[in-house]
Ligand binder design. Structure first.
Ligand code: SF4
Length: 968
């Protein structure tokens, strides 16, 4: 048991920092304007800057133009600054490393548990023990001696803590460095205090035994005034229970009676009173003597919808800003809400201070470091490489050249070759493109090759480390930092606030990690780095504002001693206020209470006290609750429920802010930014006429098909040449499969360089096996050439290849029957046909066979095959147009056309065979259509969008024609 001797209590309805500044002025009159002998211990940095300002104002009031201010600090900062330590002090992350090492050496203790999580929990337990002066070794003995009826599980837990404590202690002692909490504990015990000094403790609600002892010593040697908020002098209200831990019968409690307790504050005291009367009785008695004082100060908003919840807060803040409230606070632990609100408020041009900041991992600087590591881990993946090269962190001397080169690299190298990764593949593709492309400026290629080289050389040593099994963590960090230098990322990161924090953090930690002799694998080092990025917060610089409204986000802990013009306490559900009751992994409540280390009950009491302080921290307060999250019902905080119930029982009213509810539902209360660009005029069905310079004199068969499907589609894709941006294909697609099958069959009949084959005999039932083997070996080579052997892509290629190899016997069987009557003549042959004197159609035929009756054309299909009905109806143009093209060049009749469907129901078969008169009619029909098309072009007939739903569903010009605006 430990306690303070003398405590001054001030009612919640006062501003404690104002009172302290007046106290300082009174107690230290003889010192003014030099207040350096005054030290004020405060709970956090925010309260330090507020008090500094108040003291300066107080000094001016007292007639001093300038003042040498008192020391405003935390106990920890002050004690550490006054005490010299002659050993290196371990940093937080080095402690974790040591403990994880100790845990790994005791595999029997925690079989499958995550050692990093356990290390974290154990370190906070060790800290609590050190600061409460409990030696775990003694504790273990005491614990077993005092508690004979202890359960086996607890005994095991206590043994385990002892073993790890000893292992950890031995390692730190052996290496001759000191744990930071141990250093603080030593300082608290031994620090010298100057007798002339005056000390104040203000708003501190969590003290360890050693800190209490330290304050007791100050009290004996010089002046110490401990100030805290309370409702009355005997701590009989639940919001003051936290104090009971620090008082004993000898403690002097002085309650500063004030005249300022408002009916509102008195009502809140009554809500949390510890009384034998139930809440209904208390509420009724209270209402009998006091008018309603709550409704004007405090209201609530509840919604089960995240966006409504966010909007309600946004609307409320804008109302307050319009009422000239400058200092608006939002206290919440809901980080998702904070992130969304930041965006919404910034959109409404409201300045935001986020006292907590956000995880370093979410900053763009951390993302850049992550991409850099992924380059090494995944052999320079294209996505990350491009992202890095186009990020603002990437240093560039000639931005025009860089932009041109990266665009070219993306489109003509990465997308054109479908390259996912591999620095050598990029290099060789760049060289191939350069060999073929004489029109592109050579400096683009030189720039790209130099860039690729720079990536590779910068990452060389780190990549080498990646191939090692384990290594000390400091080597990983060192190599990482070194690799960032030649590529220029080190400099650009250092010039960014968050990037600088990352570099400083690494450089600071690396010296500590050198003290720790343990080895990690690459993935462990990466996980460790991610943990640092997740745990460390980036706090953007706080904007300096004069007479301008701003919103400050802070947590309950950070809100201590703050005062606001208006306040929102957001997401006040049971999980956040007071929070879950299983925060401590080691030792249950009873054991913790016996040991005098922090318990859940202590935390709960402290948080209730902080919540009560907040209720008097502003004149206008809105409390919000999101009643459903991820499909789960969220129960409002019991503290909020107590207020609502009391108020309803006293006055029969609810605290719901109905006006805010109404405003939130209105669309007109959403902030909308108007674009400078006017909205486009109402769309009508488009039907453009071609400008003379883009009128074609030749079209391909596929363009003709597009023209039949939808003239506007033809206009967009073929005349304007608009195309959808290509994307890197994750794996071989069905279209790629079709193209590889086409190539394999082509090589089966023709001599293609670097591919086996051709099969120079007629395929018969006798040589089927030989034909199959030839086609199989051709196919393996063709598929292999299309993928990177080292990547996952190769796995998908193998699956597609196997699918084709299973079909090869069926194809050969079909081929042997075919060759009984037809002789294969040409494959993959390009042809043209003159429509009239000035216009042509062109296309590429898969295969042309000869028979005694004339030519027969085949088109292989590995996907959907058009039906004969659609060809006869003139909707599908391919087969009749092939016949026309073939006749234009040979002057000999084409008597038959057909599709050969490969893979349809795992078969190979002829489909839509069209012959003789039927074919002649179709050829004539299409010839007339084409002639009239070219004529209509000369007559400027519009290319109207047809909006046929079947075509629109797979149209690459969808969106360009704005179909949804005119086709109702
Ligand atoms: S979406 Fe439909 S109407 Fe529009 S261009 Fe494509 S096919 Fe024509």
């Amino acid at each position: 048991m430990y306690a303070l001797n003398n405590i001054h209590l001030v009612h919640y309805s006062n501003n404690l920092l104002d009172i302290i500044s007046k106290e300082i002025a009174k107690q230290a009159t003889h010192l003014f304007p030099d207040l350096r002998k005054v030290t004020v211990f405060l709970p956090n940095q925010l309260s330090q800057s507020i008090l500094r300002e108040i003291i300066l104002k107080e000094a001016v009031k007292q007639g001093h133009d300038a003042v040498l201010p008192p020391t405003l600090t935390t106990i920890h900062q002050w004690v550490r600054s006054k005490h010299e330590i002659n050993k290196p002090v371990l940093a937080q992350y080095a402690r974790e490393l040591i403990l994880v090492d100790a845990i790994k050496q005791q595999p029997d203790l925690f079989s499958s548990a995550n050692p990093w999580g356990i290390a974290n929990e154990l370190l906070s337990l060790f800290d609590a023990m050190l600061l409460n002066d409990i030696e775990p070794i003694e504790f273990n003995t005491y614990y077993q001696g005092e508690n004979q009826d202890i359960s086996r599980a607890l005994l095991h837990e206590s043994d385990l803590v002892k073993v790890l404590w000893e292992a950890w202690l031995n390692q730190t002692t052996d290496e001759n460095y000191i744990d930071p909490t141990q250093a603080y504990a030593n300082a608290l015990k031994s620090i010298n205090i100057s007798e002339e000094n005056i000390f104040y403790c203000v708003g501190l609600d969590q003290l360890s035994k050693l800190e209490c002892d330290f304050l007791n010593r100050i009290e004996k040697q010089c002046t110490l005034l401990f100030f805290a908020y309370a409702s009355n002098s005997d701590c009989s209200v639940r919001t003051n229970y936290w104090l009971k831990k620090y008082i004993n019968p000898d403690t002097q409690l002085e309650f500063k009676q004030n005249n300022e307790s408002t009916p509102y504050s008195i009502l809140l005291d009554e809500v949390f009173a510890d009384s034998s009367l139930n809440i209904k009785q208390r509420a009724e008695i209270f209402a009998g003597s006091q008018p309603d004082s709550l409704g004007d100060h405090l209201s609530t908003y509840k919604s089960n919808n995240f966006e409504h919840h966010t909007k309600a807060i946004d609307v409320q803040i804008r109302i307050w800003v319009n009422e000239n409230k400058h200092n608006i606070g939002i206290v919440t632990t809901d980080r998702k809400l904070v992130r969304r609100l930041r965006a919404v408020l910034e959109h409404a041009n409201i300045t935001v201070n986020d006292a907590a900041g956000w995880a370093l991992a979410t900053t763009s600087a951390a993302v850049v470091v992550e991409w850099w590591l992924q380059l090494i881990e995944e052999r320079y993946p294209a996505k990350q490489l491009l992202a890095l090269a186009t990020s603002p962190f990437f240093p560039v001397e000639d931005s025009d050249l860089h932009e041109q080169a990266i665009n070219f690299f993306e489109k003509e190298v990465i997308l054109a070759f479908n390259l996912h990764s591999g620095i050598h593949r990029y290099r060789s593709a760049i060289e191939k493109v350069q060999a073929k492309n004489q029109t592109v400026d050579a400096c683009i290629f030189d720039y790209l090759i130099e860039l690729i080289d720079r990536f590779e050389t910068s990452a060389q040593l780190l990549a080498k480390l990646h191939s090692h099994k384990t290594y000390p963590l400091h080597r990983f960090i060192n190599e990482l930092l070194n690799s960032l230098k030649p590529i220029g990322l080190y400099t650009t990161l250092s010039n960014d606030d968050a990037g600088k924090q990352i570099i400083n953090l690494f450089e600071d930690q690396v010296t500590h990690f050198k003290l720790v002799d343990n080895k990690l694998s690459w993935s462990e080092s990466r996980r460790f780095m991610s943990r640092i990025f997740d745990q460390q917060n980036y706090k953007p610089p706080i904007p300096q504002l004069i007479n301008q409204a701003s919103v400050t986000f802070c947590s309950l802990e950070q809100s201590r001693l703050q005062q606001f013009d208006a306040l929102i306490i957001a997401s006040v559900d049971k999980n956040n206020f007071p929070g879950t009751n299983n925060n401590y992994v080691f030792f249950n409540e009873q054991v913790r209470t016996e040991l005098n280390i922090p318990t859940w009950r202590d935390d709960h009491a402290r948080h209730l006290h902080q919540f009560r302080c907040l209720l008097d921290a502003a004149d206008q307060i809105l409390i919000t609750v999101q009643t459903e999250k991820n499909g789960e019902i969220m129960t409002p905080s019991p503290w909020l429920e107590a207020i609502e119930t009391f108020y309803y029982m006293a006055y029969g009213k609810h605290l719901t802010n109905t006006n805010l509810q109404h405003l939130t539902e209105q669309d007109s209360t959403t902030v909308k930014k108007r674009s400078e660009i006017p909205f486009p005029a109402q769309s009508i069905q488009p039907g453009p006429v071609l400008l003379p310079e883009i009128k074609p004199d030749s079209i391909s068969i596929s363009q003709y098909q597009s023209l039949i499907d939808c003239p506007y589609q033809y206009f967009v894709l073929s005349c304007l040449k608009l195309s959808q941006t290509n994307e890197l294909k994750e794996e071989l697609s069905k279209a790629d499969f079709g193209s590889l099958v086409h190539q394999s069959i082509h090589a089966f009949f023709s001599n293609l360089s670097s591919i086996p084959g051709p099969f120079n005999k007629t395929v018969t039932t006798h040589n089927r096996k030989e034909a199959e083997d030839t086609l199989c070996s051709i196919s393996k080579q063709v598929f292999a050439q299309s993928s990177d052997n080292e990547s996952d892509e190769n796995f998908n290629n193998k699956l597609w290849l196997q699918r084709w190899l299973n079909l090869v016997p069926k194809f050969i069987e079909w081929e042997s029957k075919r060759q009984a009557n037809y002789l294969p003549k040409d494959h993959e042959i390009s042809k043209k046909y003159n429509i009239d004197e000035t216009s042509q159609i062109h296309g590429r035929l898969d295969r042309v066979d000869r028979s005694s009756e004339g030519y027969a054309i085949i088109d292989y299909k590995t996907g959907i095959t058009p039906t004969k009905k659609s060809i006869i109806a003139g909707e599908q143009v391919q087969l009749p147009m092939y016949a026309l093209l073939n006749e234009g060049n040979t002057n000999e009749k084409t008597t038959q056309v057909e599709f050969v469907a490969i893979g349809d129901n795992n078969t190979v078969k002829s489909i839509a065979v069209i012959k003789d008169n039927e074919l002649d009619n179709l050829k004539n029909e299409h010839l007339h259509r084409l002639q009239s098309f070219f004529k209509s072009l000369q007559q400027d007939i519009p290319l109207t969008a047809l909006a046929n739903n079947d075509t629109c569903e797979r149209c690459d010009a969808f969106g360009v024609c704005r179909k949804s605006f005119w086709d109702h």
